[in-house]
Structure formats: C-alpha cells, structure tokens
Unconditional design. Structure first.
Lengths: 248, 586
C-alpha cells in the first residue's frame, strides 16, 4: 500500500523579500501519531529549511508552538494530523498578533501587559525566609491553582474578538494571572493591581464571549477569572458609594 | 548603540532567573541583563515535573540528604559542595514559596513532601507534577518586579568575548533583525541548561543543544564529567516525553511482559504488595536510583522480557491501583501526557515506557563558587558541573541545584562586577567583527555547501546512542569518536536554504548543531577514557568501579583536534567511598 499523505498549507511571509503573505502547499507523510509540529519539522528538515516557527518542549507545557490550525488557535504539538485527515491542514500564525515571519508572531504587547498586572506576590511586610513558609491550606491553594496553570501560549489572545478589535485590551491571560495573585492567600497586592485590572481597557472591555476559555489548552478559564474580577470591581464600586469612609 | 551591562546572564531558565534576582538583590544599582534564545517562560525548566529536594520535615536531616546525594552520585560528587548545597537548599525553597510558587500542601498548610528515587526519606517538595513549570513561572514573574533586570529575548549567543584573560561579554544574533551584535558586561553567568538533543531519544526539548557548554569549551574552559549522561527509566516511546518519577513515588510499579516486577531480580530489594501500607519503600525497587533502573531495563530486554512496540521495546509503568482520584490530584500531568501522547488512560491501562536520555551530570567546570577558570565567567544549573551529581543525579536534586547555585553565581558575579573598572569595548569590537565574518562566511554567504543539517544531526544522534548509550565498551565508543570527527569535518560543508535576516531559524539550527557536535565529542572521548563502571557510565569491558584510578573528575579541553582529557581528584571530606547499595539499607 502506498504511504498515506496529507497536504499542509503553510502561511509564508518573509519580510526581507515578500510584499504579501502567501500560502505554500506541501505534501507530507500522514502518520497516526504525528502532530502538526511533526509535519512542520519534517518539512524543515527534508524539504525547505526556511520555514520558520517556534517550538521546544513538544509536550504542551512551554507554550512556544501556538498557531492557527484550520482557523483555530492550537498548540501545534498537541494538534494531531489525524484530527484533520484527509486534509488539507492550513497553518497560519496566531490571529490578532503582528506577524514577524511565517508562523512567528510578535509578543511584545503581551510581555508589556503581563508586567503591567504585577504578577508577583506583593506584601506590606515581607516575612524573613528564616521564619519558614507561609501557611496555606489546600483549600486556599485550590482557590487560585487553576489560574496559575497559564503557559502564556497566547491562544486565548488569538481567540479573543475584543483583543482583535481593541488591542489595548489587557486580555485574558494577563487578567487571569492578575486574578491568580489576587486570590493567593499570601498576597496583599489587590489594591495595587486595581489600576490596571479595573481600567477602561481591562475587565470591563470583556464581552464574555468565552472563546478564551474554550481554546485554553490548560483549562485555566480566563473568562471565569475576568467575570470574578468584574464582580469584585462592581462590589468595590458599590462599597465606595455606600461606605465612602473605606471598606477594605 | 553599544549594549553594556554590569552582569550578563546567558539563559533565562531557572538558574538564569535565580542568578538575575540574586544579583539584583545584592545591589539594586547593578545593571543586569538576561540574554536568551527563547522567552524565559519557554526555557526547559518548564518541563521538570516531579519535584525539588530540601530538608524541611522534622523526621529528616541534612546528613541524610548529603549521604543520599553522595551515594546516588556513586561517590563522584565533591563532598564540600554537596554539603553546602544541602545546607542552602531549605532556604532557597522557602524563598520560592515566598515568591508565590504554588507548592502542594499538608492539611495544616505546611508544604507537603513526597518520596523520590534514591532518597531515604520523603523530602521532595512538589507542585502537583508540574513543579518545574511553577518554579519557572514564579521566578520569571518575580523577576519582572526588578527594574534593574533587562532582557534580550530571542537573542542567540554565538561567542564569549574573552580579552586580557577576562570574560567581558558575548556576541549574539538578534533573531528578529538578524543583526550580529556584541553585548558587553563585567561579569557573565552561563545558565543555558543541558544538551540532551545530542541523543536521538530524549526528554529534552528542541532548545537543549548544549550552547553554553560549547561556548565555554571553545573559550578554553574544561567540560567536566561529560561521560555521565542520565537515562530516565520512564519515557514514552516515540516522543521521549517524560513520565515523572513521582508516578513511582506515589506508588506506581514497573512490570515486564509477564506482569512481573522485574526490579526484584537486580539487587534493589523485595517488592511489597501495592496495597501494603509500607509500599512504596524508600531506596527500594521502583524507588531505586535512575541509573540502576535504566540498566535493569536493558538487562530485561536482553532476557527477552520486554514488550515489543512500534518504537522499540517497552515495559509497563502501572499506576492503576492508585485510583482516579489520587492520580488526578497528585500526578494529573501523567494522565494528560499519557492520554495525549501514548493514547492510553493510565487510570485504566498501564503506561508503556522505556529509558530515555534526560540529564547531563557533566558540564562547564566550575568551583564551589560557581566560577569557571576564566575570571568573570560563572556557570550554574545543568550547563555547569559544580559536582553535586557525580556519576548519577538523584531525582529532585536538579531544581534545587539551579536555585542554590544560580543564586550563588548571581551573587558572586555581582561582587566580581563591582570590582571591575570600565570595559575597553574597542578591543572587544574587533573580536566581534571576526565573529560576524565567521558566521557570514561559514553559513550565510557560503555557496558550495552540500550537507543538510538534518543529515548530520541524525547521524550524530545515532552514533551517540550506539556508542555512548546505557552500556558502553571500547570498540563502539572508538567508532563513535571516529564518526564524530568525520561529522565535524562534513559540517564544514554544511548548507542552509535560508539566507534571510528576520527569524532565520535555520541559521540558529546550524549553530546549535555546531555546538552539539562539540559537546558530543567531549562526551564520547571522556567515556572512552574512563575505563571503569560508575553510576550512569557502565562499561561492559570494565564492569567494576575503580576508585584507585578513577575517583576523579574528567576534564575535557578543546583542541584543534580531538579533545584532551585530564583529571582532577574528587573532594572527599566525611563520607569515604563505600559500596553503593539499595533495597534493604536504611
């Protein structure tokens, strides 16, 4: 029996020489246990070394290899060719991001937003290391654990219609991380994160389409995090009206 | 505009980030930069699963952690360094707790510990089975609060700038533009991780190509103990994806094709029933050290007791008796990975596994201060060999190592940088020019190349497995050395399709291959020269450990031909070499 194959349509754009992006079709062997990333690596090794994409761990945890696969944001190391058989499989750079080249997008915007939400433990007073760990019950851990699972793969930004229209929107992953720290029993930084979390470009922009949570490969549920922050923000507003002398 | 800093850290994984934070805390006035070929959160620390060791519980002792580490290392660890490491470990992990790492907890809110291979007591802190992921993200996110830490994300370092006997910077390719530029600094820390990709079947991600090791090696620093390559006993066939040792720490068992717990035939103690409350027993059976468990697999295969599969023989890692609830709570990633990449749900079926290249005990030769032989150049983490792991690293010591020695390298680099005057960048610019010319001439403008990257890489992978795998002997090792010399020669004739500037990932691939060929040679030649069996280095032609001749670290030096191999005595303080036993010792 002849070896089965599948067609890969790869988005190509090399700023040095291409005015416009194009799609290039390649035929690759179809293997049951191959993921889209395997097919791309096959092409890079055997056919055209100039195809550019990011990848590393190939086990769904480093977050490098996100791309659009047939129009949906996926980790290419977790998208099996068999899901798309008989093909074709169209691979494009993540939507909503500026394209650098081929399947590589520019992440500068996210890196700025990540820093802006202050994703670190903020304490009024640091406890010296010599005094040991902070106690945190399994229930307190469970409170934020889910939101700490974000691998920064950017699939949620690629799926978010608000981010597509409104690039200032802080966005799902960064807000989920802000929420993660706000919920951490060791943290006292909620007030300091307010400025960003409750800003005009932040939680209030989210129209709760929920696509971010659908595409998240780690079940972080950024949409849920944003809704919970909205509730906190609304309560805060109510309190500030009812109890102007201070409530928190 | 020239890029000038006080301290430059090459690599943004656990060790690099810890070094950066330590330097920033040592003196907020210091100008610190991290340069990495990937964004920090993509670094391979992210893939570590099971946990990280430090003495925290009342029933544990520093002495026991030291003894476990030294015997695990088959006495090739420097004991002064191990002692320092074990003593510094608890504070480092508590510090990480204060920085937000979501450690798994006891009901009373204290951090929980789990058993791990080769440890005589439960001392492995864990964040479910994504410990490395949480450790890396906690460190990276914490690093963002220090304004003095700058980053060069996606810059690929190609050379160390050494002038007047001092390391004063690097040359790097800014991947976005393709510009080849110098970054100057008064002190440099290498934290680039391991090089498992020299082998065909590895848990290591694509980026683990031994870059920092190769940079230091070419600059004249020795690579120490490179023959010691750890095979993890439980990787998924085909992909090599790691199934954490925590699966066994939680009670998982290894069985052969007859459903028999074969480890009992190899001096690792007697099995207890999986329902016995004393199972799993520490330092026994499935909780033996990684080198021995991987060797047992090979012996079972020789006996015909392994299970044939599409990607070679496997044995079964069975965790079904743990039940769905415990699996989902303690080792959820094991389930996720098994389902996605082995097509089985370990709640209902055993996981097919085989040994897989996981970790390099060897690396850039440093002293106890994390300093190399070149003033101003430090190294930490897997890319370094400070000598706590010796001939075999114990699971859960590596994450602790990158914290302890990352911090130490950062602080020592800070102290060194403060003593230095202004850099003479004019001389360094000349060196930079030479490096720019080399990269252009050898790769970007060369027209007569014939060899594809993938061809050379595949042949290198294959010869490493044949000659320098779990069991080694003179003949095949010599063949591997010869083959590597041939591949290095053929590399001069390599060609790339891509001549463009923006994100030329083929150019970085070819530079990675060049690095891998260098470190592969150091591995193979160090292995030929070590005519004994110790830890992960097993010579069928020299099956015994030979303390008389080889209680020494190998040091591989770069020459124009084959590496020159030298030796340095192991530091023995309070724990004289003894027989390494598992199974019934306490």
């Amino acid at each position: 029996m002849a070896e089965r194959t599948i067609t890969l349509e790869v988005f190509r754009y090399r700023p040095d020489k291409d005015k416009e992006p194009t799609f290039q079709s390649f035929t690759v062997p179809f293997r049951e246990d191959w993921v889209v990333l395997d097919a791309l690596n096959y092409l890079k090794d055997q056919t055209d070394g100039s195809i550019s994409f990011r990848w590393s761990c190939r086990m769904g945890v480093c977050g490098s290899c996100g791309m659009m696969v047939n129009g949906t944001p996926r980790l290419s190391c977790a998208a099996f060719l068999r899901e798309y058989y008989p093909g074709p499989v169209r691979v494009e750079p993540l939507a909503n991001f500026p394209v650098e080249r081929d399947l590589i997008v520019n992440l500068d915007d996210f890196m700025k937003k990540l820093k802006a939400v202050k994703p670190w433990i903020i304490r009024k007073e640091e406890k010296p290391v010599s005094e040991g760990e902070y106690r945190q019950s399994p229930a307190e851990l469970a409170n934020f654990k889910q939101f700490s699972m974000c691998i920064n793969c950017m699939l949620c930004y690629a799926a978010c219609p608000v981010y597509g229209l409104q690039p200032d929107f802080v966005g799902p992953a960064a807000l989920a991380l802000a929420h993660r720290y706000n919920l951490d029993s060791r943290d006292e930084g909620q007030e300091l994160r307010k400025e960003v979390v409750f800003s005009h470009e932040s939680v209030w922009e989210c129209t709760f389409v929920g696509e971010c949570s659908v595409v998240c490969p780690k079940d972080v549920d950024p949409a849920g995090a944003i809704q919970q922050e909205k509730v906190a923000g609304a309560l805060d507003l109510v309190k500030s009206v009812l109890m102007p002398w201070g409530s928190r | 505009m020239a890029h000038v800093h006080d301290i430059l850290i090459v690599g943004g994984g656990g060790a690099g980030l810890r070094a950066a934070i330590a330097a920033a805390e040592a003196d907020p006035k210091l100008d610190i930069a991290i340069v990495s070929k990937v964004y920090p959160m993509r670094s391979h620390t992210v893939a570590a699963e099971g946990g990280t060791a430090a003495v925290i519980k009342e029933n544990d002792s520093l002495e026991d952690h030291i003894k476990d580490t030294i015997s695990g290392a088959d006495w090739l660890a420097d004991q002064d360094v191990v002692e320092l490491f074990v003593k510094a470990a608890p504070a480092e992990l508590i510090q990480l707790e204060h920085w937000g790492c979501p450690w798994s907890r006891e009901p009373d809110g204290r951090v929980a510990v789990r058993p791990f291979g080769g440890m005589r007591i439960e001392r492995t802190w864990f964040a479910a089975d994504k410990t490395g992921f949480h450790l890396l993200h906690s460190l990276f996110q914490t690093s963002l609060k220090y304004e003095s830490i700058k980053r060069y994300d996606e810059w690929f370092v190609t050379k160390l700038l050494v002038e007047n006997g001092r390391c004063q910077g690097v040359v790097a390719i800014e991947m976005q533009t393709g510009l080849i530029q110098p970054i100057f600094a008064k002190a440099i820390v290498l934290a680039t991780g391991g090089g498992g990709r020299i082998f065909p079947f590895t848990t290591n991600g694509a980026i683990k190509t031994g870059d920092g090791m190769a940079l230091a090696y070419r600059a004249g620093v020795a690579l120490k103990d490179m023959e010691f390559v750890q095979y993890h006993p439980t990787g998924l066939p085909g992909t090599g994806i790691l199934i954490t040792e925590a699966a066994r720490g939680e009670g998982g068992i290894l069985v052969n094709k007859n459903g028999y717990r074969y480890l009992q035939d190899y001096a690792l103690g007697k099995p207890l029933d999986v329902n016995d409350p004393r199972h799993p027993q520490l330092r026994t059976m499935e909780l033996g050290p990684r080198d021995k468990l991987s060797q047992c697999f090979m012996k079972e295969r020789e006996k015909g007791n392994t299970i044939p599969g599409p990607y070679g023989d496997v044995v079964h890692l069975d965790i079904r008796h743990l039940g769905e609830k415990k699996i989902d709570k303690k080792i959820p990633f094991v389930r996720e990975l098994s389902k996605n990449y082995a097509g089985i749900d370990p709640v209902y079926e055993p996981i097919p596994v085989r040994p897989v290249v996981h970790y390099m005990m060897g690396g850039v030769h440093t002293d106890i201060q994390a300093a190399t032989s070149i003033p101003g150049l430090y190294a930490a983490g897997e890319c370094a060999c400070v000598s706590i792991n010796g001939a075999n690293r114990l699971g859960s010591n590596s994450l602790t190592e990158l914290l302890v020695f990352g911090a130490r390298a950062g602080r020592n680099a800070a102290a060194f940088a403060k003593e230095q005057g202004k850099l003479d960048t004019a001389v360094l610019e000349a060196q930079t020019k030479d490096e720019q010319d080399r990269i252009r001439k050898n790769f970007l403008t060369k027209t007569d190349g014939k060899e594809r990257i993938a061809t050379i890489r595949t042949e290198m992978n294959s010869t490493m497995e044949v000659g320098a795998g779990i069991y080694r002997q003179e003949g095949p090792l010599q063949e591997t050395c010869k083959k590597l010399a041939e591949l290095k020669e053929r590399f001069k004739n390599v060609t790339i399709d891509d001549r463009s500037n923006c994100f030329n990932t083929e150019l970085t691939s070819v530079l990675e291959l060049e690095n891998m060929l260098d470190i592969a040679e150091a591995v193979a030649h160090s292995a030929v020269n070590r005519k004994e069996s110790r830890g992960s280095h097993q010579r069928t032609d020299y099956p015994k450990r030979d303390d008389e001749n080889f209680l020494s670290h190998s040091l591989a030096y770069c020459t124009t031909g084959a590496p020159r191999i030298d030796y340095q005595k192991v530091v023995i303080t309070n724990w004289p070499p003894a027989e390494r036993t598992y199974g019934d010792t306490k």
